[in-house]
Design a protein around this ligand. Sequence first.
Ligand code: GTP
Ligand code: MG
Length: 437
Amino acid sequence: MRPDVLTVCFVCATQNEEKRNLNLGGHVGFDSLPDQLVSKSVTQGFCFNILCVGETGIGKSTLMNTLFNTMFENEEASHYQNGVYLRPRTYDLKESNVQLKLTIVDTVGFGDQINKEDSYKPIVNYIDTEFENYLQEELKIKRSLFNYHDTRIHICLYFIAPTGHSLKSLDLVTMKKLDSKVNIIPIIAKADTISKSELHKFKIKIMSELVSNGVQIYQFPTDDETVSEINASMNAHLPFAVVGSVEEVKVGNKTVRARQYPWGIVQVENESHCDFVKLREMLIRVNMEDLREQTHARHYELYRRCKLEEMGFKDTDPDSQPFSLQETYEAKRKEFLGDLQRKEEEMRQMFVNKVKETEAELKEKERELHDKFEQLKRMHQEEKRKVEEKRRDLEEEMNAFNRKKVAVETLSLAQLLADPSPDTRALRCCYNGPGMC
Ligand SMILES: Nc1nc2c(ncn2[C@@H]2O[C@H](COP(=O)(O)OP(=O)(O)OP(=O)(O)O)[C@@H](O)[C@H]2O)c(=O)[nH]1
Ligand SMILES: [Mg+2]
């Protein structure tokens, strides 16, 4: 086909948006596309991430071991944790030729603190961090999403204590905080400890409390007709009441996983005993892919949208015109540079003001010192003048004294010379010499 003809056809197709059904003359081969996809996915392997939220000792690890029919690492949590933290553990599992990278994230210390106000925060942070890691990988220039280990949480199994009363406020608050971030399936743990009639009422109560508090839990999808019937009926069984056990017990001539009590045996996989099989079917066999898809298309998409909007990205400008990434980047860059310049100017101004203030303070101090110095100088001169005066007085006194002394001495001598007594004559001899006696 000539390039000009090709261009015309393309324009027609985009303008009319008309599709024509054509019959193929023979086998082409694109009917194998689904098989190609399956084979590619099988080679690549799958990953699935489960978050178990529930109080310490409620049966989280036992249920995981029972669900995947294996013994995962089990480290008992203590009841004396200062706060809640999340412990992820990843395992490589294989069933037939399908590889599954399974991550189980446990909430350690959940429900053990006296003040439980912030118990949901580490869980929300964990989910957001995993979304953020994925977003960062997506935004990289050289991204490798193909072999990226996706750790975003696909399902949150929320373990409810089998009290038979109602949901605790911790349960409601936590589920409410998580429902826009993750698919939640509420389950009643240790369901063997609650009677059948109580369990029925408890389930109804839990569902009505969730609805009245606006908590959105995961609904098994009913749009795919191959699973719509089973999924619709299972939605009516929520929350599942489960029993976990890895203990093997002989019942008749079969060995089953069960919990044995003095009065009887609770079989984990017996549907008249608990909903464990329903949970396993729904979670693993029927809806695992939908859970992965919902995580990506709904929860991650919401996180990504909010994050990009927060970063200033938009799809359209105020005139409803498409907004290009380049323009957004340029606008953001300009805004950032403007901000930077403004801040720089503010800081410069602040610095100048500070210097002026310090200069004024120093000048004031200098003036004060100068005044003080002048005052001291004056005082010193005054003192000096007084001392000088005193010195002069003393000198005068001394002169007067000396004059007086000389006069007294002269007078005494005259008297002595005039005295005729022998004693004074001898004295005169001594005083004037032997010729004068
Ligand atoms: N009655 C009953 N007991 C159960 C059930 N599941 C687990 N348990 C028991 O509960 C105890 C705690 O179970 P775990 O599975 O270790 O609980 P956990 O929630 O993982 O505990 P931490 O990880 O320490 O928070 C164990 O003694 C289990 O045997 C159940 O369905 N019914
Ligand atoms: Mg555990």
